[in-house]
Design a protein around this ligand. Structure first.
Ligand code: CP
Length: 308
């Protein structure tokens, strides 16, 4: 059966743990190699990844491109605006054609229903490179980063600050799979998806919703935030005002555990959701997190091809 990675749950907790181990092992094994050289075993030699972007990207684009090269394959980028998909060719027909020409498809889009439709008609693996609903690839890199920073996932206390967005949805999904807890500090009216929360709670995670940043962060092992205005959203003054008390700054970080790690999937809006002193400070792991997008994508690709 074709393995699609539209959500972390498509892999499940055991496979996710195996993917994290694989990502860390491969990262260590090639640490002195130039970034463009393949891994010694080149496990996806000859494979072609088609990357379709309907929204902007730096990290997802570069990390998938470098990842498939390091696995021995190659990537091609389709900007939806320059393809027939952007002129109205159906998602189903695009899926059928790309399945004949490429070995896997990565899509970044707005409407999650579109990637579900793509996966339905594709006969090769489809990977979610971000939708308005979720961003599972990001969370694989985030979990890898936490493990590398000495954080065991079961029982971990993670605080999320700011907008209840797609990254938070995938973080909450991961909590249910890997048995860590999330305190969500989000202002009224900006909550994340209730379905992900219910699923994570059913999986044994403690997911708390609080309306003040201090309660969310107190005693946390990890503090996470993201941009307040996501791609495609209007730069709304009302939203910025509601988010302002949830800025991650030194005063807020002081309430977390002394060895707490700060994560941000980037791009950051410095001075809005996070201050320079935090993102550039000693507890920030954001550059490891960004690099780990490569290592995590490699594990996701290997899983999609049945190698994990
Ligand atoms: N975090 C993330 O997905 O970055 P890009 O939008 O640059 O791909």
């Amino acid at each position: 059966m074709t393995r699609h990675f539209l959500a972390l749950g498509d892999a499940g907790g055991d496979a996710l743990a195996a993917m994290l181990g694989d990502a860390m092992d491969r990262k260590v094994a090639r640490q002195d190699l130039p970034k463009g050289l393949p891994d010694a075993d080149a496990p996806l030699a000859g494979r072609v990844l088609a990357m379709v972007f309907e929204k902007s990207s730096t990290r997802t684009r570069v990390s998938f491109d470098v990842a498939i090269r390091q696995l021995g394959g190659s990537a091609l980028v389709l900007e939806a605006g320059n393809t027939q998909l952007g002129r109205g060719e159906t998602v189903a027909d695009t899926a059928r054609v790309l399945s004949r020409m490429a070995d896997a498809i990565m899509l970044r889009t707005d409407d999650h229903a579109k990637i579900e439709e793509l996966a339905h008609y594709a006969t090769v693996p489809v990977i979610n490179g971000l939708t308005d609903l979720s961003h599972p690839c990001q969370i694989v890199a985030d979990l890898q980063t936490l493990l590398e920073h000495g954080k065991a996932l079961p029982g971990l206390e993670v605080a999320w600050l700011g907008d209840g967005n797609n990254v938070l949805n995938s973080l909450v999904e991961a909590a249910g799979l890997m048995k860590f807890n999330v305190r969500i500090g989000v202002p009224e009216g900006y909550d994340s998806d209730a379905g992900f929360i219910a699923q994570a709670r059913a999986g044994g995670a403690r997911i708390d919703l609080v309306r003040d940043a201090q309660s969310a962060v107190r005693g946390a092992d990890v503090v996470v935030t993201d941009t307040w205005i996501s791609m495609g959203q209007a730069h709304a003054e009302a939203k910025l005002a509601a988010m302002a008390p949830f800025q991650v700054n030194d005063a807020l970080m002081a309430l977390a555990k002394p060895d707490a790690v700060f994560l941000h999937c980037l791009p950051a809006h410095r001075g809005e959701e996070v201050t320079d002193t935090v993102i550039d400070g000693p507890r920030s792991a954001v550059w490891d997190e960004a690099e780990n997008r490569i290592h995590a994508q490699k594990a996701i690709l290997r899983w999609a091809f049945g190698q994990i």
